[in-house]
Design a protein around this ligand. Structure first.
Ligand code: MLT
Length: 326
């Protein structure tokens, strides 16, 4: 090697600029933030806080939840799609990730290409609930009141694309009627209005309604899954109550921004799988009417396949309803 080149290489080595790779920082190396695209106190927030606590134990790092509500969950999703892809900012979202691509036509982010799926978390049943003094005690009686009073009734949801919006779409399609829809930044705040009697009806996840139903603070007419929910044993399924088409469950998943290194996404998926086996999380999920997904679904590959299939499932339903958010 010519003398000049050797001297140059030695000089670079002295400056540490030679080929030695920069020591990669361990992951995580600071607080991890899980963004929830709905207000605090709602069903998505409830799932996120349980997952954050259990993942934090596994990662040995603080994992915090940040609520970024509004626009049916797209404000929080955009925040993560545009975050630094280093694994420290994540999104916990639900079925809205499958409906947003069909409902929103002018987003400032790519609702599919903006994310790396990390793993599925849980599938939560929904319940049709009403204020305590709603003049019905069965689904059939509630349908009669809905048909008679129509837009004199206030139905709450968490914005277009939210699970509560989709459930309302399915209900109004199955009952062939319409109610006045009142959007909130999440069904946490909406629940407060239902408890006060200012809202008449809502379709929301058992993670937000179970305790209110069992305490008698609100009425419930059906659960939207094929099987009854153990924590709500007396609540009939929508099929038992005479409305088999009114069936939906809300799946939740964890996402990192597009471009997050695969080894970090893999590490996050491993931590999620451990979290979903955590006895405290499993017990609390059961109290709230749900269970963690099987371990082989909490992987990036299983999550992506399920997500893409659900996008394809909802696209014709939304197109036929002709309702878009923008
Ligand atoms: C929804 O989609 O209705 C959300 O679950 C509401 C929420 O989590 O606050």
């Amino acid at each position: 090697m010519p003398r000049l080149a050797r001297r140059a290489l030695l000089a670079l080595a002295g400056l540490g600029l030679a080929a030695a790779p920069a020591a990669a920082q361990p992951f995580p190396n600071r607080t991890v933030t899980i963004v929830v695209p709905f207000a605090a106190g709602g069903p998505t927030d409830t799932v996120a806080r349980l997952v954050a606590e259990a993942m934090g134990r596994e990662l040995g790092q603080t994992v915090v939840v940040e609520n970024a509500g509004g626009a049916g969950g797209t404000i929080g999703a955009q925040r993560v799609a545009q975050a630094r892809p280093d694994g420290h900012t994540l999104l916990l979202h639900h079925i809205g990730m499958a409906t947003t691509p069909s409902l929103y036509r002018r987003l400032a982010y790519d609702p599919i290409g903006g994310f790396e799926p990390v793993g599925l978390i849980t599938e939560v049943p929904m319940t049709l609930v009403a204020k305590k003094d709603f003049p019905a005690n069965t689904l059939a009686e509630a349908i009669a009141v809905i048909r008679q009073r129509r837009d004199a009734l206030n139905y709450a949801n968490a914005g277009i694309g939210a699970a509560s919006h989709l459930c309302g779409l399915l209900l109004m399609k199955a009952v062939d009627t319409a109610m006045t829809t009142v959007p909130f930044r999440g069904t946490g705040p909406a629940m407060q209005e239902l408890l006060s009697g200012r809202i008449d009806l809502m379709c929301d996840q058992t993670t937000n309604t179970t305790e209110q139903i069992n305490s008698g603070a609100i009425k419930a007419f059906a659960v939207t899954t094929r099987e009854r929910v153990a924590s709500l044993p007396n609540l009939p399924t929508s099929a038992e109550a005479g409305l088999p088409a009114f069936e939906v469950s809300v799946w939740h998943g964890l996402y990192a921004p597009k471009g997050t290194p695969a080894e970090i996404t893999r590490r996050l998926s491993q931590a999620l799988q451990v979290a979903l086996r955590d006895p405290r999380l499993v017990a609390r999920f059961a109290e709230l009417g749900t269970t963690p997904v099987a371990q082989d679904r909490a992987t990036p590959e299983a999550h992506r396949a399920f997500w893409m299939a659900d996008i394809a499932k909802w696209q014709p339903i939304i197109q036929a309803a002709g309702q878009y958010a923008d």
